[in-house]
Write a protein that binds this ligand. Structure first.
Ligand code: NAD
Ligand code: AHE
Ligand code: ZN
Ligand code: ZN
Length: 369
């Protein structure tokens, strides 16, 4: 069938709105009508050419919500009409990773996903017979997409697509990093680097678990008001700090952060986040994604003296199990999403979403179909 999609033909070029052909679902696959998709910084990262796994031409997008249209042979957990959120971190519930409670990184289809194809090694997308790659196993910048059954979370039907799409990445990543990865305790002092679509959700996660100080750091002062709304108690603009940022933060938190979170994607801020963590016990969680070839460094003494460096993907969440619960939290008013979605647009305006992100004018843009 013909679908409307934003195609990334080349790194560094705007997306192009095209009519694309999508094949129906094969065994253990599901055809989903995407109703809404957010635009995450990771889409911009891949489009920029910095992603070692970036493949072109591809249909990007990994923060969607939609409705099941058709299921392939062998699909048992979903049926047409079900409301779903695509999962770039699937949950097969049977691989070695799914069976280990220490990780959420299901590896069942990771290699084909990274290669831009479905688990059988082929793509369902083409234009005039030319293959188009999938992206992160989700490709939500299209009004119809095909996913493996294990990469779909079934969610309640009364939740609005144009809000819960954000749970497909940003909300779950931020809140999950606090709850699942760091397991922040009430009364902790938390420092958050980067107050964008991810950092704000770390902040609301920290407030949810009863953190004490929640320090937010951003070079864009416009982010301050929004972060305060979600629970930030102290704002720091590194450009206004005289001298080094790290000792300033250690002073501010009276010894260092119990937990720090890097939500930017830069090796220099990752180092600052680690080094502002409390001697003896502070943990720093890397969420930001850095480009090909970039590396992190610190003096080993920072770790010897009790700080630890960790990372978090999709907030440590197991999507089919945890995402429906996060949708419930939103519907029950336990977490806020609406005001973080600063812009809503149609597919043909999707390049504006990338411009707004780069200009620092949006938190999340959502495309509705
Ligand atoms: P965003 O563009 O909305 O936010 C980034 C924020 O960082 C902006 O507010 C910007 O002003 C600020 N910033 C930039 N440079 C800075 C600096 N030097 N010092 C302080 N602040 C600075 O991006 P986002 O959607 O929130 O994504 C943030 C990062 O998280 C990206 O790298 C993205 O790829 C990554 N990410 C990772 C996961 C994961 O599972 N690990 C999931 C989603 C996103
Ligand atoms: N492909 C990149 C890494 C990109 C990356 O780290 N992705 C995160 C999700 S970002 C969502 O906005 C992730 O889940 N990583 C774990 C995984 O298995 O991809 C690279 O550097 O190759
Ligand atoms: Zn994302
Ligand atoms: Zn698995």
């Amino acid at each position: 069938m013909d679908v409307r999609a934003a195609v990334a033909f080349k790194a560094g070029q705007p997306l192009s709105i095209e009519t694309v052909q999508v094949e129906g679902p094969r065994a253990f696959e599901v055809l989903v009508e995407i109703k809404a998709t957010g635009v995450c910084h990771t889409d911009a990262f891949t489009l920029s050419g910095d992603d070692p796994e970036g493949m072109f031409p591809a249909i990007l997008g990994h923060e969607g919500a939609g409705v099941v249209v058709e299921v392939g042979k062998g699909v048992t957990s979903l049926k047409p009409g079900d409301h779903v959120i695509p999962l770039y971190t699937p949950e097969c519930r049977e691989c070695e990773y799914c069976l280990n409670p220490k990780t959420n990184l299901c590896q069942k289809i990771r290699s084909t996903q990274g290669a831009g194809v479905m688990p059988d090694g082929s793509s369902r997308f083409s234009i005039g017979g030319e293959k188009i790659f999938h992206y992160m196993g989700t490709s939500t910048f299209a009004n119809y997409t095909v996913l493996p059954e294990i990469a779909l979370a079934k969610v309640r039907p009364d939740a609005p697509f144009d809000k819960i799409c954000y749970i497909g990445c940003g909300v779950t990543t931020g809140i999950g990093a606090v709850i699942n990865t760091a397991k922040v305790e009430p009364g902790s002092n938390v420092v958050v680097f980067g107050l964008g679509g991810i950092g704000l959700n770390v902040i609301q996660g920290a407030r949810l678990v009863g953190a004490n100080m929640i320090v937010g750091i951003d070079i864009n002062p416009e982010k301050k008001a929004m972060a305060e709304r979600y629970g930030m108690t102290h704002f720091v603009n590194p450009r206004e700090v005289e001298g080094d940022l790290v000792p300033y933060l250690v002073d501010l938190t009276k010894g260092g952060a119990d937990y720090s979170f890097e939500c930017i994607g830069r090796p220099d801020t990752m180092r600052q986040a680690l080094e502002c963590a409390h001697k003896g016990w502070g943990e720093s969680i890397i969420i930001g994604v850095a480009g090909a070839g970039q590396e992190i460094s610190t003096r080993p003494f920072q770790l010897v003296t009790g700080r630890s460096w960790r990372g978090s993907a999709f907030g440590g969440a197991r999507g089919r199990t945890d995402v429906p619960k996060i949708v419930d939290w939103y519907m029950d008013g336990k977490i806020e999403i609406d005001s973080m979605i600063t812009h809503t647009m149609q597919l043909d305006e999707i390049n504006t979403a990338f411009d707004l992100m780069h200009e620092g004018k949006s938190i999340r843009s959502v495309v509705t179909f």
